[in-house]
Design a protein around this ligand. Structure first.
Ligand SMILES: [Zn+2]
Length: 288
């Protein structure tokens, strides 16, 4: 992804993996191939591999920089976590992506995850002498209180997933004293503000960026694929509350279309960022 500028803020992506991924049948709830395959084909080969019937999907972190701040949003799956395939991504592309932005782990001031799923908090920690320690030694890690507590309790109940995701990626940050639990209306420097968009996870938050009259939003898993713009009511098998996820998506996208907000979804490949326009019963995606 090329660098984008919103007022005083630059936005860059770090890509952990990209390419044909799962079939639509295994991701979208209630997927009807007869009704929806033509819509996928219309989105084009950047987003849908028609020959293999695979969604093309990527995994991204985003780096926001403005004077005095370097903020990392969503930390992909990370290294040494021992996840089984297909989540055992190689670590080098992400490390190369960080270095390509002229950044070291020490340079990150603030880390935030839109939600605490396996692919959004992985690089929070690294394994050192058999222990998970914060990967970003100077950073303050912001967790939305409700999201943190939800996964803490799910882990205590032994649910799998999350399995060890919270134990490896979140708890060690708290133990190291680098964690700050914030509410879902948190703002930073008047530039970055959280926006609660529940459904995919209980306290999923988008990150609105506003500077000098320009607007953008890092939208996490508000949608996993552009088909969910054409069909905003389609949620995924990974959504905790599919109906709430659809409500959040519709409301958020309606506002984004009105304001012409530049959107950065976690899992869109290629140019990654784009804008939406209202069209028919949904929206039309246009890569920026
Ligand atoms: Zn995700």
């Amino acid at each position: 992804m090329r660098q984008f500028t919103i007022g005083d803020v630059t936005i860059d992506a770090i890509c952990e993996r990209s390419g044909p991924w799962r079939t639509p049948e295994t991701i979208f709830l209630g997927y009807d191939r007869e009704a929806s395959e033509s819509k996928l084909r219309e989105l084009g080969p950047v987003l849908y591999d028609a020959a293999q019937n695979r969604l093309v999907m990527a995994y991204h972190s985003f780096v926001l920089r403005w004077p005095g701040r370097t903020v990392l949003i969503d930390t992909c799956t990370g290294e040494d976590k021992g996840y089984p395939p297909p989540m055992d991504f190689p670590k080098q592309p992400w490390l190369d992506g960080l270095a390509a932005l002229d950044l070291a782990f020490e340079d990150i001031d603030v880390v935030f995850s839109t939600h605490l799923h396996i692919d959004h908090c992985g690089w929070n920690t690294r394994l050192r002498e058999g222990r998970w320690v914060p990967a970003f030694p100077r950073a303050r890690y912001l967790f939305v209180r409700g999201e943190y507590e939800y996964w803490k309790q799910a882990t205590a109940r032994g649910e799998n997933p999350p399995g060890k995701v919270w134990t490896m990626n979140c708890e060690p940050v708290m133990a190291a004293g680098q964690c700050e639990l914030v509410e879902a209306d948190y703002t930073l420097d008047g530039v970055m503000s959280l926006k609660l968009t529940p459904g995919h996870s209980p306290f999923h938050c988008c990150v609105d960026i506003s500077s000098r009259g320009e607007h953008a939003s890092v939208v996490g898993d508000l949608m996993h694929h552009a088909l969910q713009l054409v069909e905003p009511d389609t949620s995924t098998v990974f959504c905790a509350d599919p109906k709430a996820a659809a409500r959040s998506r519709r409301a958020f996208l309606a506002e984004a279309a009105e304001k012409n907000t530049l959107l950065f979804p976690s899992h869109f490949p290629g140019p990654v960022a784009g804008r939406v326009q209202a069209e028919g019963k949904g929206f039309r995606w246009q890569f920026a």
